[in-house]
Design a protein around this ligand. Structure first.
Ligand code: ASP
Length: 289
């Protein structure tokens, strides 16, 4: 995250926090809170989710999202969608209104349209900053053949976890994936147990970072299992980052929350924007806490 983007990231996560908190404050479910928080982040072009996402090799936005309910283990996911402004909204509809769990590409868009979601044009999701970023990347790659997922490429996937008054937790993750990805490539973010997981008996987890290593390690579930075994979310989050680095030289970040309200935030990248609110405190930052 370059210095000149720090302010926008902090503002973005604070706005998302406020939207989620409004739901929780009036006694609403964690599931609604995280959906509203992620919608704010998808709408904010600072992040790699919704409009303003990284472009794939063809210059298109291709989005993935997952939402999961820790109380029931119900989940809804979409992958490789190109005409949804807020993939998390459709993921939520899948969770609530479909016997299925996961839809991809045109089938996901058809499900969305059939359930009252207005489709947009892919161009509506593309912003000039990302057209330029892709152009520079492809020019540079042609010249130097640099590594596709070099650690110096930023990751801006968004995610949220929440605990409500009824003691239920939930998690959601939404992304445009990685810059210059091949069309049809799916990362960790929308895969159950990889980029997102929620179970009241263990933890709600959302990850960001280089998706291929994260999915090979099924990292969100790996982390939730450690919480279920009796470890603190704070410890499990840090351990997950150590495991990611040591096992596959991966990099990323993670947020973890259990049904007792204990939480962990960790990343092995230099920065990751985060924000947290409880009844007694509110905080946000970009460095490790
Ligand atoms: N994890 C995402 C992916 O690989 C990218 C990110 O977190 O920014 O698709």
């Amino acid at each position: 995250m370059p210095d000149d983007m720090v302010g926008a990231h902090i503002r973005g996560v604070r706005n998302a926090l406020a939207a989620g908190w409004r739901v929780l404050e009036r006694g609403g479910p964690a599931l609604d809170a995280i959906e509203e928080a992620v919608v704010i982040l998808e709408d904010d072009d600072t992040f790699d989710a919704g409009r303003g996402s990284f472009l794939n090799r063809d210059g298109k936005v291709q989005l993935d999202a997952l939402i999961m309910d820790g109380a029931t283990l119900r989940a809804g996911g979409v992958g490789c969608v190109e005409r949804l402004r807020n993939p998390v909204r459709t993921a939520r509809k899948i969770l609530s209104e479909s016997p299925h769990v996961y839809f991809v590409a045109e089938g996901a868009e058809r499900f969305a349209a059939e359930h009252g979601v207005e489709l947009c044009a892919n161009e509506d999701l593309v912003i000039p900053r990302e057209v330029e970023r892709l152009r520079e990347y492809q020019q540079d790659a042609a010249g130097h053949g640099h590594e596709l997922f070099a650690p110096n490429i930023s990751h801006d996937t968004v995610g949220a976890v929440a605990l409500d008054r009824d003691g239920n937790i939930a998690a959601a993750t939404s992304t445009g994936g990685t810059l210059n990805k091949a069309p049809g490539r799916l990362g960790d973010s929308s895969l159950i147990g990889c980029g997102c997981y929620a179970d009241n008996l263990s933890a709600a987890v959302s990850t960001t970072g280089w998706g291929e290593p994260i999915m090979k390690l099924v990292l969100a579930k790996w982390t939730a299992d450690r919480v279920q075994a009796g470890n603190l979310p704070e410890w499990a989050a840090q351990e997950a980052m150590n495991y990611l680095k040591q096992r596959l030289n991966g990099h990323g970040g993670i947020i973890v929350l259990n049904a007792l309200g204990q939480f962990g935030i960790a990343h092995n990248t230099p920065r990751m924007a985060w924000a947290i609110k409880t009844v007694s405190k509110e905080d946000a930052g970009i460095e490790i806490i």
